[in-house]
Design a protein around this ligand. Structure first.
Ligand code: SAM
Length: 342
């Protein structure tokens, strides 16, 4: 049983970076472990998993999150690795859902172990879930993820919709792998109230091979969709959206395209990340700017921790290209999305 034995006074704050951008969104990766082996994310044998001592404890996560919410974070997304492979994850989610001042708690999952928890997610107030799904074909699912779990993922989708939880399906578009899934996935939005978002592949595959460009960028993805759905129209992008959002007239759901490799959205970036071992990242493409776990373990009080965090937010790179340029001196492209809070 996990005990969380501290309390915080909530005061509302506005957190701005050195470029005047509001920071109000934290993506917290609770584990590096995953029950799938998507080839674009990690090698078949997995990663060098973090030891339990290296992982942030739930108490440390909650302390960091509580402080960040007081500083201005309004939305937290739990990610990983796969959040549901970490023991007692519902206890952390429940404690986070009780944080004063947190406006939105959400989760990103591959859906393999999620279905039995959907009722509890609803109960603690989770209104939106990102479900990663790269294909609607069971054989291709196996080829991409190296695991035979397609039926469980579809069951999660069904449960989420049944419980009126907003679903965003995230699909990484990979040349030669799943481009023939683009149209069936858009077709899914005809009857289902889901937002299907196509994501450019990024160079975080965990196997040491950097890739120097992509064939299926956001322009080509859109062209593919437009050829099949010529009436597709642009809709208003929500504030801070990383996706270009579209709607096919007559469809229930929407379509999004995320230029994660082309990085067209950095100018409005409102997000920070904390990895499972506590590294704070100001940008997906940076090398990490400090380690919040180590700062907590060294005994810093909240005022001291806040000062260090503010200094980090005050030295954010302008965009993902600048962040990547800086780290090229020390390239870590063997990193996996599972270790960086994807
Ligand atoms: N396990 C959870 C899930 O599957 O949603 C959360 C972690 S997973 C790393 C988060 C997202 O990152 C998934 O949608 C996954 O497809 C995406 N991802 C992983 N590697 C990627 C890459 N190289 N390029 C683009 N997206 C990637």
């Amino acid at each position: 049983m996990v005990m969380f034995n501290f309390t915080y006074q909530y005061t509302n704050s506005l957190l701005l970076d050195n470029h005047g951008r509001k920071i109000n969104y934290l993506r917290l990766a609770v584990t590096d472990r995953c029950n799938l082996r998507c080839f674009y994310c990690m090698p078949e044998h997995g990663l060098n998993w973090l030891s339990r001592a290296d992982l942030m404890s739930y108490e440390e996560m909650l302390r960091g999150c509580s402080l960040l919410v007081k500083m201005g974070i309004e939305k937290i997304r739990i990610t990983g690795g796969e959040p549901f492979v970490r023991k007692d994850i519902m206890q952390l989610l429940t404690a986070l859902s009780d944080l004063d001042g947190l406006k939105e708690l959400s989760i990103t999952t591959n859906g393999v172990l999620t279905a039995p928890h959907v009722m509890d997610l609803k109960r603690i107030g989770i209104r939106s879930v990102n479900l990663s799904l790269d294909t609607l074909d069971a054989a291709r699912f196996f080829a991409i993820t190296r695991r035979d779990e397609f039926p469980d993922v579809m069951q999660t989708l069904e449960q989420l919709l049944k419980h009126d939880i907003e679903v965003k399906i995230n699909t990484v578009v990979m040349a030669g792998q799943n481009t023939r899934d683009i149209i069936p996935l858009v077709q899914l939005t005809k009857e289902m109230p889901v937002s299907v978002r196509f994501i450019e592949e990024m160079p975080f595959n965990g196997d040491g091979h950097s890739h120097s460009g992509i064939v299926w960028d956001y322009v080509r993805i859109f062209e593919e969709i437009r050829q099949h759905f010529p009436t597709i129209e642009k809709i208003v992008d929500p504030l801070y959206s990383t996706a270009y959002n579209y709607h096919v007239p007559g469809h229930t759901g929407d379509v999004g395209i995320i230029a994660a490799y082309s990085r067209t959205f950095c100018g409005t970036c409102n997000r920070i990340r904390i990895t499972p071992q506590g590294t704070l990242k100001n940008c997906l493409y940076d090398d990490g700017v400090l380690n919040i776990r180590d700062l907590i373990r060294s005994g810093l009080d909240d005022a001291e921790l806040k000062d260090v965090l503010l200094a980090a937010f005050n030295s954010r790179e302008k965009d993902g290209w600048a962040a990547e340029h800086k780290r090229l001196a020390n390239p870590h492209f063997h990193e996996s999305m599972a270790t960086i809070g994807g």
